[in-house]
Design a binder for this molecule. Structure first.
Ligand code: CTP
Length: 422
């Protein structure tokens, strides 16, 4: 039987853990719980113990508890450690490597993979200190789920900070248990949860990402553009860097900041983007997330086109831009091992994406539904299908950061499998 060690933090979302425990046990997964002091103000150890059918651990220096199952045993016997809800304080203490209560001591002593479900007020989540701690934790190999956007427990508050839903947690926990990586036999007494850089899933890989729109000049002051914000492409570059890759991001003009730890090439036009992409090769993975303008003006004027009284408006003759994805996927020499494209579709999303995958020679297409009302352009969430040569996976509604993380972890596994079969 697979075993999850669930660390329950002190937040109103702690009540969702009762349902989470029940859902996991229904699936034959054993759940042992550790509760922080603050968690016990929201749900009682009695309720958690009854639902998990296991003794609930609450104290680090509890003589009885340590004799029965001490923190080292709790840490060792887990196939996966889940922290839900993870408060801002718990995230900070994890990022710092504290071990002054049972929850943090277990987290420091385990080598099992770790999933963290943050839940807090949106202002606390958005604070640079929390974001810094989250970046540190992901660098240490911890996986994150959520927080989601929505209503807060505090009346009238909304924003990003709600804990991921139980169904999302169950899905992710099952996936992580199925992956089964990270548990190593023969643990020493003192072990740490952090993954050293060489163990990060994309360590030693070069990931090339295109992002944002392109601007195609009409004259020296006007241009053709589109609504792409660059959020998804930038999130992919950031996720790849966090997972240990060397990353080159070729970005059109965007408002989002350059991600940390990524080499960014700023370009304007499709021609410039293609040149920057080719200059960045070789790469192990290429992700074309840019919304490259399909056409440019055949003869863009040097100066500003003037209105002349009574004259007809100018006619713009367009020519097709190079297709960067097609060019990368079709390279005879120096083709990245994995070429991933995006498809923005408004109807029959999957068949169109499948056709696009074959037409462009890409290995995978991430298809998203950009029909009106979905709020994909400029928004923070995305619902996508991953279309490969053999399957179509419908991913749940996720933040763009979560789509990015999933995609890059998927790419890392694909590269590992390819290496194993080489
Ligand atoms: N792409 C590219 N260079 C182009 C056009 C597109 O690299 N000149 C890439 C995009 O980065 C994306 C995929 O190709 O990965 C999207 O293909 P595209 O044919 O532009 O499809 P859509 O934008 O979905 O639009 P349409 O269906 O209208 O062609």
């Amino acid at each position: 039987m697979k075993r999850v060690l669930l660390i329950i933090g002190g937040g109103i979302a702690a009540y969702k853990c009762l349902d989470l425990i029940r859902r996991l046990r229904e699936r034959g997964i054993g759940v042992r719980c550790v509760m922080t002091k603050a968690a016990q103000a929201f749900v009682t150890p009695l309720a958690v113990g009854a639902i998990s059918n296991e003794r609930v651990a609450t104290e680090l220096l509890d003589l009885e508890g340590e004799r029965e199952i001490g923190h080292i045993r709790l840490a060792r016997e887990a196939d996966l450690v889940v922290v839900a809800p993870a408060t801002a304080d718990l995230l900070a203490r994890m990022a710092q490597g504290h071990a002054d209560d049972l929850a943090t001591a277990v987290l420091l002593a385990t080598r099992a993979p770790c999933l963290v479900a943050p839940a807090m007020n949106p202002a606390m989540w958005g604070h640079p200190a929390t974001q810094r701690n989250v970046r540190q934790l992901t660098r240490d190999g911890v996986e994150l789920i959520g927080p989601n956007a929505g209503e807060m427990a505090e009346a009238g508050e909304a924003g990003v900070g709600r804990m991921a839903e139980v169904a999302e947690l169950v899905e992710r926990i099952e996936a992580m248990l199925a992956r089964g990586r990270g548990r190593e036999p023969g643990l020493g007494f003192i072990t740490v949860a952090s993954a050293p850089p060489e163990r990060l899933p994309l360590a030693g890989r070069h990931v090339l990402v295109t992002s944002g729109p392109t601007h195609e000049p009409i004259d020296s002051v006007r241009y053709i553009a589109n609504r792409s914000s660059g959020k998804q492409g930038h999130a992919i570059a950031e996720a790849a860097a966090r997972l240990g890759a060397r990353v080159t991001l070729v970005s059109g003009p965007v408002q989002v900041a350059d991600p940390e730890g990524v080499a960014v090439q700023h370009v304007e036009t499709a021609d410039e983007m293609l040149a920057a992409v080719e200059a960045a090769l070789p790469a192990d993975v290429a992700v074309c997330a840019a919304a490259v303008a399909d056409w440019r003006v055949a003869a863009a004027g040097r100066g500003k086109i003037k209105k002349a009284a009574g004259a007809a408006p100018p006619t713009l003759a367009l020519v097709e831009n190079p297709d960067i994805l097609r060019a990368l996927a079709g390279r005879k020499r120096g083709r990245p091992a994995l070429v991933v494209g995006f498809a923005a579709e408004t109807e029959t999303v999957v068949p169109h994406a499948q056709a696009k995958r074959t037409a462009k020679g890409a290995d995978w297409i991430v298809a998203n539904d950009v029909s009106e009302g979905r709020g994909v352009f400029g928004g923070d969430r995305n619902r996508v299908h991953l279309v490969t040569a053999t399957e179509v996976e419908a991913w749940p509604d996720l933040t763009k950061a979560e789509v990015a993380e999933r995609l890059m972890r998927r790419a890392a596994r694909w590269l590992e499998d390819a290496r194993a079969h080489a």
